[in-house]
Design a protein around this ligand. Structure first.
Ligand code: SF4
Length: 113
């Protein structure tokens, strides 16, 4: 009888230990997976091109002069109207030379009125 109880005790202890170890491993794995998902989502959000776009105003009331609803959202990824600011060119409808970011300054001046 004592032998049976001893075997049961050892088996229960081993089972409990294995269960705890499995839970710890599962917790670490889920934490790692969640961090990986978070990093991937952040990388995806960094694909939003609006902050480098010539049509981005920097004003939260009118974020974009071309696509105001989709600006700064995931909808803007792959936006067909994207024009990089680094080219330092005027927009086609505004041919005034020397303006670095005409839409931004135009909208800012309009909002001050
Ligand atoms: S034109 Fe497109 S990429 Fe540029 S700011 Fe507007 S939504 Fe963003």
């Amino acid at each position: 009888m004592i032998l049976l109880l001893s075997i049961f005790h050892v088996a229960a202890t081993l089972g409990l230990s294995l269960g705890i170890i499995c839970l710890v491993i599962l917790g670490i794995w889920r934490t790692f997976e969640t961090c990986k998902q978070g990093v991937n989502y952040l990388k995806h959000l960094h694909e939003i091109p609006c902050s480098q776009c010539i049509y981005f105003t920097g004003n939260y009331q009118l974020k974009c002069t071309v696509n105001p609803i989709g600006a700064l959202t995931e909808e803007a990824i792959g936006c067909p109207d994207y024009e990089p600011t680094r080219k330092q060119t005027a927009i086609p409808s505004c041919r005034r030379a020397g303006w670095k970011n005409p839409p931004y300054y135009q909208v800012k001046a309009l909002l001050k009125r």
